[in-house]
Design a protein around this ligand. Sequence first.
Ligand code: ADP
Length: 154
Amino acid sequence: MLEKTLVILKPCTLQRGLVGEIIHRFERKGLRLAGMKMIQLTDEMLNAHYAHLSSKPFFQRVKDSMMVTPVVVCCMEGVDAVQTVRTLAGPTNGRLAAPGTIRGDYSMSFQENIVHTSDSLETAAIELARFFKPEELFEYKQASFAYLYASDEY
Ligand code: ADP
């Protein structure tokens, strides 16, 4: 099924000059960029975004790390995009992530791990609505579509 998912390029990615390189990974895979912008996250936004971490001792530190610079928020679309994007990102701890994954190739950290990716289709819808207005997501046709998928794959 064609799905949309949220990717956030974290402040560590901007600081390290990796924005283009990381976007390139998703483009090269064949995901369609449906939306992209730079925003400054706030404590309030992060309380909602990271609510599942609120009881963790590192909660405030993780939120602070997400506010040190603006971030780039992206909407990626593709067949099974939620899981595909998670797989491309790799597991949370960059030191344990396999080479070939984004975190495996660019991160040495549990916290400073380059990207946020939505963890389910349900979460993706909630997160996309948190960061994008409907008119900021675009439905243009991807010219390569017929060469990315077999006709029974979508
Ligand atoms: P993911 O981003 O892989 O979906 P989580 O939702 O569990 O992972 O955590 C959100 C973010 O909080 C992580 O990407 C990471 O930046 C940070 N984080 C999670 N667990 C830890 C930890 N044990 N130590 C430091 N930072 C963590």
